[in-house]
Design a protein around this ligand. Structure first.
Ligand code: EPU
Length: 418
């Protein structure tokens, strides 16, 4: 179990680089299964979720080799066993991204049904009903989803909700289906556009990835390809939030304004100044932050993953803020931890009212998931005394060398695990 100590910090200064997007890298790794041979991914973050996805792929018979410097080679040239066991899936929900590629390549997929997590129950019904349109059938037995498809045939998939995972699952399977698949009400996240770009390099015919309608014309086979993962917008948001709460002037290298425009606008409303640079975002915060209203929405709205990072800023803003979480009903557990640090928070269903205080108060707190943990670290930067973030290993799932990079811009943060 990891533990981090955070002390009041700021003003922060200098330059910090964001790594490759976790939620893109994991799906690109899943996509490599579609093509026999060796694919190469660049800018892959050295985080535990990537290691775990590598373990899942190895269990299927795929060779995965981290080459250092963000390079990852994946050889899916051998025989593939279309079975992802519970021990691996349970560690990482994103293993469900393998259902589509396994069905397309092997005609079957046996993947343990992921359970609930700190976000509440997270169903995959939209993934499965999308694949059913393409001709797959599913059966749940003994906690495992058994999917079969002698052949996949393109069709019109209308998603009830623009789910990121369901959009990706259908895209992945449709690449090798006969005929054309149209995914309507598709999720539009930049990670989906990145997946579409990689699939096209592999020889797929995908258009509209990143828009509400994705069209996939099936091809007979795909070939291995090489691709560079887009920068992680949530990680960029984490460093921007750190500057917001601690003050200072930092260049967040690699951050792409066009991937996080709504959030940048919200930070601007709070009084921060943010402008695009050639390779990143220049960020400055000088005065006490102003309160705002913010609601999470599917892309291009403010992402649900940003809220645990923004909440500490609301907690110290000069007035009353309102926040609404529209995606995951159970994603508020971390608010109790923030309250232990002196934040004045009232929760009503999926709405939160935050009465800003001038300073938080350092306390032992728990990281319930990656972003909640990062939010606790951000909060600790403006908390009198010391904040100890327990279970900080959650942060290693999504952030490479988080402590080192925060320290490099002047944050007083230390990892205490030995
Ligand atoms: N939903 C369904 N049925 C489904 C799929 C989703 O009801 O079949 C619901 C979910 O319960 C939720 C909403 O739809 O209420 C959104 O879920 P979505 O499928 O869009 O999310 P996801 O694909 O499971 C990804 C990211 C999450 C991020 C969400 C939303 C990955 C590995 N995960 O999850 O990121 O919060 O999109 O943007 O890509 C993280 O990085 O820590 C993380 C949790």
């Amino acid at each position: 179990m990891g533990r981090m100590r955070v002390r009041p910090s700021g003003p922060l200064g200098g330059r910090v680089r964001v790594g490759g997007a976790k939620n893109s890298a994991l799906k690109l790794m899943a996509a490599t299964v579609l093509a026999p041979g060796t694919s190469t991914l660049w800018n892959v973050p050295a985080i535990s979720d990537v290691e775990w996805m590598a373990d899942v792929l190895r269990a299927l018979g795929v060779e995965v080799t981290p080459e250092g410097g963000g390079k990852l080679t994946v050889n899916a040239g051998g025989d593939i066993t279309p079975e992802a066991p519970y021990e691996l899936v349970e560690r990482m929900r994103a293993s469900t991204a393998l259902i589509g590629p396994l069905l397309a390549r092997c005609g079957e997929a046996h993947v343990a049904m992921p359970g609930g997590d700190d976000f509440g129950s997270r169903p995959i019904d939209l993934h499965l009903s999308g694949l059913e349109v393409l001709g797959a059938t599913f059966e749940l037995a003994h906690g495992t989803i058994h999917g079969r498809a002698e052949r996949l045939v393109g069709g019109r998939v209308v998603l009830e909700y623009p789910s990121v995972g369901a959009t990706e699952t259908v895209m992945l399977a449709a690449t090798l289906a006969e005929g054309v698949t149209a995914i309507e009400n598709a999720a539009r996240e930049p990670e989906i556009a990145d997946l579409g770009a990689f699939l096209n390099r592999m020889g797929a015919k995908v258009t509209g990835a990143g828009s509400p309608t994705v069209r996939v014309e099936g091809v007979a086979e795909l070939r291995p390809a090489s691709h560079e993962v887009i920068p992680d917008r949530i990680e960029a948001a984490t460093f921007i939030a750190a500057v917001g709460i601690a003050g200072g002037e930092v260049v967040v290298e690699g951050a792409r304004h066009e991937h996080m425009a709504q959030l940048v606008r919200k930070f601007g409303e709070m009084g921060m100044r943010i402008s695009p640079e050639r390779d990143g975002l220049w960020v400055m915060a000088r005065d006490r932050l102003q309160p705002i209203s913010v609601a999470t929405l599917p892309y291009p709205g403010v992402a649900t993953d940003y809220l645990p990072l923004v909440m500490p800023l609301l907690a110290v803003a000069d007035g009353t803020s309102f926040a609404t979480e529209n995606l995951f009903g159970g994603r508020f557990r971390y608010l109790g931890e923030l309250a232990r640090m002196g934040a004045r928070i009232e929760v009503e269903g999926h709405h939160v009212v935050v009465e800003g205080v001038e300073w938080l108060s350092g306390a032992p707190v728990r990281a319930f998931d990656i972003r909640a943990g990062a939010g606790m670290v951000v909060a600790g930067l403006r908390a009198e005394g010391e904040t100890f973030v327990h279970d900080s290993e959650h942060l290693d799932r999504g952030y490479e060398d988080f402590v080192g990079r925060l320290v490099s811009i002047g944050a007083d943060v230390e990892s205490l695990d030995d």
